[in-house]
Design a binder for this molecule. Structure first.
Ligand SMILES: [Zn+2]
Length: 130
């Protein structure tokens, strides 16, 4: 086992659109969701990247490079923790983690999004998250 902030059901061999995330917010509080059928309903044009790139429990090998993500997204899903349909307006780290996990629903891994010709290229006006 390795520490992680998120996991999708398919990573455990369960072919369902389910994911769980535990992400600290800026005050250090834990934001926890266990989502079924999560989908992105809107996304910012502005992009953000994790400064040191991303990793994944399902990817043993390290892949260097910035992974472009939308800086802000709105996600609709059924939250199994709250037992209701919810809308999450996410930015910063939470937005990146949710996009990473939702990508697993379609078999997309973080390194699929790295610019192969220029892995550390950041788009103009994008946000780099430490
Ligand atoms: Zn992953």
């Amino acid at each position: 086992l390795r520490p992680a902030v998120g996991i999708a059901a398919i990573q455990l061999g369960i072919p369902k659109k389910m994911l769980a995330v535990v992400v600290p917010d800026e005050e250090g509080n834990s934001q926890e969701f266990a989502l079924a059928n999560a989908r992105i309903v809107s996304e910012s044009v502005q992009l953000s990247y994790l400064k040191n790139g991303e990793g994944c429990l399902s990817v043993e090998k390290e892949h260097q490079g910035l992974v472009p993500r939308h800086a802000r997204i709105t996600v609709k899903a059924y939250d199994l923790l709250q037992d209701k349909e919810i809308t999450i307006k996410a930015s910063d780290y939470l937005a990146i983690v949710l996009q990473h996990e939702i990508d697993h629903f379609s078999g997309t891994l973080f390194y699929d999004r790295i610019n192969q010709n220029d892995p550390w290229h950041a788009e103009k006006d994008s946000i780099i998250i430490e």
